[in-house]
Design a protein around this ligand. Structure first.
Ligand SMILES: [Ca+2]
Length: 543
């Protein structure tokens, strides 16, 4: 396998260069990252193709333990745009091993943490964020450090405690770097933190990481896909979970779901058991097994106006009024303009048990997030604080999302640079994802297959749709899967994931296992044996 050019690209890359380039290009709407990347490489005299073709011997490594003291990192310069705030040796405690905890800020406000275990497995794992980010993902960093990885996370350039939801992206006299902070959230800070992390790893251990991995779900999945598309040299393997890669569309969908429930259409969460029962009664057995899991929601013809119980008169918890049924028809149908043109996919059936956390009753958490994104970060021009989700116009406003989409969305199907350097992607989504609609992730996988060919795509990129999994985890399905182990095995041992094992765990006990099959394959019951055992299922093309 070709050695990834992580070491050289990190060493040659100066964050100071980026700042000056960034200033020059910040007002350009698209593509400045590409021009900047090439301009930096041109300045250093190294052409990208040269990087890609360097032999393994050029990256001979000696690694495993620190070459310098932890506090020496605080005294090192990593460019004018980087301020190392602290580098502290933390002694082993509980299940955390001894490590060097490095904290700092990248211009203007992107705070990061990088933890470097004293006993290092020679690998780097960067972890992603959720929602509108604004916090460093320390829990995930610690999880990686416990496994021996050097691991980092960025808050993506703003502090969620000070700038709630998407207000960081709204330019005012008190927030003059809003555009830069928007780009930091969209994709820039992750790349910069990845590059800087490798520089610090090099300084601390005297060696570059042998392999670099990305692990993220939700926003973290979107961030990973941005990296795969824009900076394929950053990571050798990527775990892309439930990616919000059509971010503007998904937020528009949430606005649609909110508008669908304005007035009499509001659906209280007390009705979710009745809705869930109607859905699962109709759809569970369609896949051939009545097992509490809907294998593929596309195969079930669920129609609220026909399939949910109607209230004979008035309202009640076990039935739905005509206005509520109309709202459900809109939610499952998806956003449309006034001429009926579909703007984004409707909801797949199966996630109803957790709709209460999201969009039933229009004041729940996800709708305010989408509203904040629209008014501060997505609509162009930004309408600002007084804008309400009820004001989104499905005829005229989708066209106002293009400028944000160019930065936030991660839908470029040309992954050939990642493929050419040996990078691998394992993407997964729950079929019962209540927060990030899974259809755009499937559409994206198909668009890459169309661009590169099915076989060529399967050689480096595989998608796993998990039946009965909610957003990133949870749900009735077998949603506990070691995705990182799968991508590591692929990158380091050349073993492509043909069949992974998912477990359903309750109170610490595995109650059921199923194979996870690379899309478009599905798991098929062999006809005998326990339906709670993965061995009773094979991976096969859907019938
Ligand atoms: Ca089933």
């Amino acid at each position: 396998m070709r050695r990834p050019p992580t070491q050289v690209s990190a060493r040659q890359y100066s964050l100071n260069d980026r700042r000056h380039g960034g200033r020059f290009y910040l007002n350009s709407q698209t593509g400045w990252h590409q021009r900047l990347k090439w301009s930096i490489l041109a300045r250093t005299g190294i052409h990208m193709k040269t990087l890609l073709l360097l032999p393994i011997s050029a990256f001979a490594l000696v690694a495993g333990q620190p070459a310098v003291k932890c506090d020496a990192i605080a005294a090192r310069s990593f460019g004018d745009d980087v301020k190392i705030q602290s580098a502290t040796l933390v002694t082993a405690k509980g299940n955390m091993p001894e490590h060097c905890d490095v904290r700092g800020v990248i211009f203007p406000e992107a705070k990061f943490a990088l933890k470097l275990p004293t006993v290092w497995n020679d690998r780097f794992e960067m972890v992603g964020n959720g929602g509108t980010a604004g916090t460093i993902s320390l829990g995930a960093v610690d999880g990686a450090v416990r496994k021996g990885y050097a691991s980092s996370s960025t808050d993506t350039g703003h502090d969620a405690a000070k700038e709630v939801l998407a207000v960081f992206a709204y330019e005012t006299k008190d927030n003059p770097n809003a555009r830069r902070k928007f780009l930091d959230f969209a994709w820039l800070s992750v790349h910069e933190t990845a590059v800087l992390s490798k520089q610090i790893i090099q300084a601390y251990y005297g060696a570059a990481p042998k392999y670099s991995y990305w692990v993220g779900c939700s926003t973290g999945g979107r961030q990973g896909m941005q990296e795969a598309q824009r900076f394929p040299e950053d990571f050798d393997g990527l775990v892309i979970g439930a990616p919000g890669l059509y971010n503007t569309g998904n937020s528009m969908r949430r606005i649609w779901i909110g508008q669908s429930q304005v007035g009499d259409g509001a659906i209280p969460d007390t009705k979710l058991p009745a809705l869930t029962k109607a859905v699962y009664d109709k759809c569970d057995a369609v896949d051939g097994l009545k097992d509490g899991i809907i294998d593929d929601p596309r195969r079930c013809d669920f129609k609220p106006s026909r399939d949910v119980p109607k209230c004979a008169s008035g309202d009640g918890t076990d039935c739905f009024t005509a206005a509520q049924i109309s709202a459900l028809e809109k939610i499952y149908g998806g956003p449309r303009d006034s001429r009926g043109a579909q703007l984004f996919p409707g909801e797949p059936v199966g996630s109803e048990p957790v709709w209460a956390d999201n969009f039933i009753a229009p004041d729940k958490t996800v709708l305010p997030r989408a509203e904040s994104q629209m008014k501060y970060a997505m609509l162009d021009p930004a309408p600002g604080p007084s804008w309400k989700y009820t004001m989104f116009n499905f005829d005229s406003d989708p066209a106002r999302l293009g400028r944000a989409a160019a930065e936030l969305n991660a839908r470029n199907p040309d992954l050939s640079p990642l493929k050419q350097r040996g990078g691998k992607i394992v993407q997964y989504s729950g079929w019962a994802d209540q927060q990030v609609n899974p259809y755009p992730g499937i559409d994206y996988y198909n668009s890459v297959s169309t661009q590169l060919g099915d076989t060529a795509t399967r050689d480096f990129y595989r998608l796993f749709m998990v039946p009965g999994m909610f957003h990133c985890n949870g749900g009735p399905g077998c949603n506990t899967v070691d995705w990182l182990a799968a991508v590591v095995d692929w990158v380091e041992n050349g073993k492509a994931p043909e069949r992974l094992i998912g477990a359903h765990v309750e109170n610490g006990k595995t109650t059921r296992t199923r194979p996870m099959c690379p899309y478009p394959q599905v798991s098929v019951y062999k006809g005998s044996g326990s339906i709670d055992e993965a061995a009773s299922f094979s991976c096969a093309a859907p019938k």
